[in-house]
Write a protein that binds this ligand. Structure first.
Ligand code: GLY
Length: 595
């Protein structure tokens, strides 16, 4: 059957090549190409025949948070690159066009699946605390956190991991030279791109802090004000730094003139970086976290992200119930109680695996989830116990995500961040590199929440060279039916967004539903259920309140999920970009020579 499809694809190639790129409407689902549909219409398919060719998808696909990044990744695939080359391109373009979300001055996690041998790993490009960092660096003499110190300016910045990760990804997994996969980002940084409404909102939000860094104000503002929509944003110094990385690999960033300017700029403005910090930065390859739910295998982010563990733990709790047979009110109550329990463990146990011992096997064990489920009452909440001094936090729309599948079946799910919108707001002069404020993801003081309202304990305390705990959750979900590649930004709410998506997939719904569905969230503390408009019906709200839940309606949507799905039974590939954002999803037909 697959061969018939393939020959139809070949006949359709001329038309596909001549026509415009197969580009998704800016929002919503993209079902794969015409020929794949033709393969299905009126043809009863023998499952065995389809499964025989199930190792290769009928098309490639990319979903990312920005149209220019999706487009650039598409071109990299067209030039003979694989999913890993496209991931380098998309990461670097997002660094240029979404400076409020991710960048060379930040870090992230790239979850990889290599089709040729089934290798799966998480490339950990998470930032590390500078060697001069210490546990109490954000506290005043009385031991209280100093407002803004872990969020704004160079003292909030950890040592970036994204440049090293891109070099590693290209060298070890890509087919193309780094210079080629970084070229689109360099061009966009040098020639400029038109800023959109979302850029303006983010810049307005961080205007004060951007103004405090003259190099940041030069780069991201116009005459010290938020630029007008459509303003052509050129970043020539960032183009030069990307060029140095492309030519020299990690030495182009972590040593030599770029490193010297980074360190000089940080130190002149009160930061603590040294050349030794940069010289010592290394990415890590880590085995991903695995779990299962209703016949699906979950492969997700490992520590120093809490994402995979918290996701699997929530699913293990929910596996104790037959969710489909329960009323929507009870189902939502159970989801909230599962979230509460998993986020409590996050706060207590999780941190950087190079520094702390974690009870990971126990937390991931299905019996542990069942035990937690036994503690849930169907008629009322289990209250979270707040530590002293707790205050509610908020979650922003920072960070970014993209998902890629290539025509060989290689996959990348990557979530990247500089933490708060526009990170620390600080650019070391002459580098074009906007620095992260990821230090705020450490527990600045046990029990005191970060910008997402997340609390933490000793496991996530600041130590020199340590990676701070993350919520980023790039994920694959796989069964004999198909493979999902997905993730989202959204601070502490990332992991519960993934939970909603996995549950929708388990119900047989497609990527459009995963990215569109209204969401709700609980994270142990603050002890409240945040929800988007439409996430809870009036009857559900009444029932949840009766059980003792505190409901907190949000006046803005959250998240920006990017998802790809390869249905192994039909060969169809689909992709969807969250309607809350400006991203795009493309299903890409490539000439057979590139497949
Ligand atoms: N900075 C957001 C996260 O890593 O979870």
């Amino acid at each position: 059957m697959q061969n018939i499809c393939a020959s139809r694809a070949t006949r359709n190639e001329a038309a596909l090549r001549a026509g415009p790129l197969q580009k998704a409407p800016p929002r919503g689902l993209l079902v794969s190409w015409v020929f794949a549909v033709l393969c299905l219409v009126g043809m009863p398919l023998a499952a065995a025949e389809i499964r025989a060719d199930a190792s290769k998808p009928a098309a490639a696909a990319i979903a990312s948070a920005h149209p220019l990044a999706t487009e650039a990744g598409h071109r990299t695939l067209e030039s003979g690159g694989n999913a890993f080359d496209a991931a380098v391109t998309v990461s670097a373009v997002l660094a240029v066009v979404e400076p409020y979300s991710s960048g060379l001055g930040g870090g992230g996690f790239w979850l990889l699946h290599r089709a040729s041998d089934g290798l799966e790993l998480m490339l950990d490009g998470r930032e590390r605390a500078p060697l001069a960092a210490h546990r109490d660096m954000y506290l005043d003499g009385a031991g209280n956190p100093v407002s803004g110190r872990s969020i704004d300016g160079p003292l909030a910045a950890a040592i970036p991991g994204q440049p090293a990760a891109l070099v590693h990804l290209a060298r070890h997994y890509g087919r193309l030279p780094l210079e080629q996969s970084l070229a689109p980002a360099i061009r966009l940084a040098r020639n400029g791109f038109a800023v959109d409404g979302h850029y303006l909102r983010m810049a307005q939000w961080r205007l004060d802090v951007l103004r405090k860094s003259p190099a940041a104000a030069d780069q991201f503002l116009h005459a010290n004000e938020v630029p007008a929509e459509g303003h052509l944003l050129r970043q020539p110094e960032l183009a030069d730094t990307l060029g140095a990385l492309a030519k020299q690999g990690r030495k182009g960033f972590y040593a030599g003139p770029v490193a010297e300017k980074l360190v000089a700029g940080v130190r002149a403005a009160g930061g603590i970086w040294t050349l030794e910090d940069l010289r010592r930065y290394r990415v890590a390859e880590r085995p991903p976290v695995r779990g299962s739910y209703r016949g699906m295998t979950i492969t997700s982010a490992a520590p120093p992200s809490s994402g995979g563990i918290v996701l699997v733990e929530m699913l293990n709790v929910l596996a104790a119930f037959d969710l489909q047979s329960l009323s929507p009110e009870i189902r939502k109550h159970l989801l909230i109680e599962a979230m509460r329990r998993a986020y409590r463990d996050r706060a207590e146990y999780l941190g950087d695996p190079d520094f702390v011992d974690m009870p990971t096997p126990r937390l991931l064990h299905p019996f542990y989830g069942r035990g937690l489920a036994r503690g849930i009452r169907l008629d009322r909440v289990t209250a979270s116990r707040p530590p002293e001094g707790l205050a509610a936090g908020s979650a922003g729309r920072d960070t970014t995500h993209f998902s890629i599948l290539d025509a060989d079946g290689n996959r990348v799910a990557a979530t990247l961040s500089i933490n708060y919108p526009f990170g620390s707001g600080f650019v070391p002069p002459g580098t074009g590199v906007l620095l992260n404020d990821e230090m705020d993801d450490f527990s600045v003081r046990p029990g005191v929440p970060n910008v997402y309202g997340l609390i933490g304990g000793a496991a996530n305390a600041i130590q020199p060279g340590k990676r701070m705990l993350s919520s980023m959750t790039p994920t694959f979900v796989e069964s004999d039916r198909g493979v999902a590649i997905l993730g989202t930004p959204g601070g502490s709410r990332i992991i519960t967004m993934l939970l909603h998506a996995v549950l929708a997939l388990a119900e047989g719904r497609g990527p459009e539903a995963w990215v569109e569905q209204p969401r709700f969230h609980h994270q142990y503390l603050p002890d409240e259920v945040e929800f988007e408009a439409g996430a809870l019906s009036p009857a559900e709200m009444t029932s949840l309140k009766e059980k003792g839940h505190v409901l907190e309606p949000l006046n803005r949507p959250y998240g920006n999920m990017q998802a790809v799905y390869w249905d192994r039974r039909t060969g169809l590939v689909s992709a969807a970009s969250d309607p809350r954002g400006i991203g795009t999803a493309e299903v890409i037909s490539l000439p057979t020579s590139l497949r």
